[in-house]
Design a protein around this ligand. Structure first.
Ligand code: 5AD
Ligand code: SF4
Length: 457
């Protein structure tokens, strides 16, 4: 046996001598789910070029960071990471560093000047040209492509999900955004809205289901306005849900103005479409909503919430809120708090307004709410939501929910963690169960953020 092993080793040594060692890449992702999905496309492109993944930036020949530009602090985080890459590059000058995604698109060539370790700048619609940009760097130039596109959906590229849990996956169904909310940089970084052909979406979902995935999330900046020929979002949702009753379907993000009843009835019709809607409200005050260029008012938004509750009783609802938008008064801030009580969101993502250069708000309005007011208002809405989330979780006590297991709980490998159809995280003792299982769990305890329970038969 021993000699055999020795012989095998010798053979592999000879092999290594003939084939050049593969180049390694390290890809890091910031920002939203869309960026995670984009990084999976970039991974596919790099693997196709013969690259292999590196465990850490210092082991890589190519370091890429897929970035977010939505708030200033998202960009600051990337810049501090770039300073670390710069240090690595001082020791290994041949390392190529690239910035991808929204921050690349926003800052373009300026990034090369401001961050001297950066060799490559590639925007969200130009990932196909990444090999070309790398080549540019190998030939002594910088590799920049920030061209936006009206057509690119990467529909023919099969994403490679290296960092995933093997249970849940994102599928990008559209790109860009035409909404032009006055605070938002996304229309500038991700370009015009376009939908991906349904056949390639269905194919991708079917392949995932065949591989044993149990949940897909259909992604876009505004999925409810998905349209490709005759196929609208409700049709698409139905088609994906019909692939396999054991494949859960989620989607994100919905905009209130497009969250029509036909989508709600499709969610109702299929057991495997999760009973969960993320519906960003941003503010509870009509004047602020108008300044934000959101095309609905408070009353319209609340009607949509009521429609969701009526058509889909028990449906989970979450939202996004921006606090301290230009000229927001204390009374207008209180309107947001009162809307939160009225809507009873199960959870919420809450942010301080961050002015983004080039947006309508940056050009037209003053970012005049003092930082300390923004911070206090943010703490107030966070506290409000904590209380509402806690009451919502208390209502789940003594109820049984079907949990799709995603992995071990963060605290202990003796516990598993997964989500209910309503998107609540439920933790329970592992027993014989494993990731990918559907487990019926009786909720016995809760915190404002998590439900805890016991499996039942
Ligand atoms: N400042 C703060 N939050 C923002 N968002 C978008 N742009 C900004 C900004 N300039 C928030 C919105 C959006 C979420 C993804 O990020 O709430 O729904
Ligand atoms: Fe995602 Fe928007 Fe951030 Fe771009 S700017 S990564 S689209 S959240």
């Amino acid at each position: 046996m021993d000699t055999q092993v020795g012989q095998m080793e010798e053979i592999s040594v000879t092999k290594e001598k003939i084939t050049a060692p593969k180049l390694k890449f390290f890809l890091e992702t910031y920002g939203c789910q869309m960026n995670i999905a984009d990084s999976e496309l970039v991974t596919a492109i790099l693997l196709n070029q013969g690259y292999e993944p590196a465990p850490a930036p210092a082991d890589a020949d190519l370091i890429l960071t897929n970035t977010c530009a939505i708030r200033e602090n998202a960009e600051e985080r990337v810049r501090s990471r770039l300073r670390e890459f710069r240090k690595i590059k001082l020791h290994k000058p041949d390392i190529v560093v690239g910035v991808l995604g929204c921050m690349a698109e926003r800052l373009k060539e300026k990034l090369l000047v401001e961050e001297d370790c950066v060799d490559i700048v590639v925007g969200p619609d130009a990932y196909r040209t990444l090999p070309f940009c790398i080549n540019e760097v190998n030939e002594g130039r910088k590799g920049v492509n920030v061209q936006l596109s009206r057509e690119e959906t990467y529909s023919d590229i099969n994403p490679v999900r290296l960092g995933g849990n093997g249970v849940t996956a994102y599928i990008s169904i559209m790109r860009g955004c035409d909404n032009m909310c006055s605070f938002c940089v996304v229309p500038f970084t991700r370009g015009r809205e376009r939908s991906r052909e349904p056949e390639s979406i269905i194919r991708e979902a079917r392949q995932l289901s065949d591989k044993g995935y149990r949940e897909v999330t259909l992604l876009g900046q505004n999925v409810n306005s998905y349209r490709y020929g005759d196929t609208g979002f409700a049709n698409l949702l139905g088609m994906v849900a019909s692939i396999n009753p054991l494949l859960r379907v989620r989607f994100s993000t919905s905009n209130p103005q497009d969250m029509t009843d036909d989508v709600l009835y499709t969610i109702k019709k299929f057991d495997n479409i999760c009973k969960y809607v993320h519906l960003p409200v941003q503010s509870g005050n009509d004047r602020i909503l108008q300044l934000m260029n959101r095309s609905y008012n408070r009353q319209y938004y609340m009607e949509r919430i009521k429609a969701i509750r009526k058509i889909l009783p028990g449906c989970g609802i979450s939202t996004d809120i921006i606090t301290g938008f230009c000229s927001e008064t204390e009374i207008e801030h209180k309107d947001t708090i009162s809307l939160m009580h009225e809507a009873e969101f199960d959870f919420a993502y809450m942010f301080k307004y961050s002015e983004r250069p080039g947006t309508l708000a940056a050009r037209k309005f003053k970012d005049d709410v003092p930082e300390e007011d923004k911070s206090r208002r943010l703490s107030e809405i966070i506290q409000t939501q904590q209380d509402i989330s806690y009451s919502s979780n208390l209502k789940d006590l003594n109820r049984v929910y079907e949990v799709l297991v995603e992995g071990n709980s963060r605290k202990s490998s003796r516990y598993l963690s997964g989500r209910s159809s309503m998107n609540k995280v439920i933790v329970f003792p592992a027993g014989e169960h494993k990731p990918g299982d559907y487990v019926k769990v009786l909720v016995t305890k809760c915190t404002p953020a998590t439900l805890l329970g016991e499996p039942v038969n």
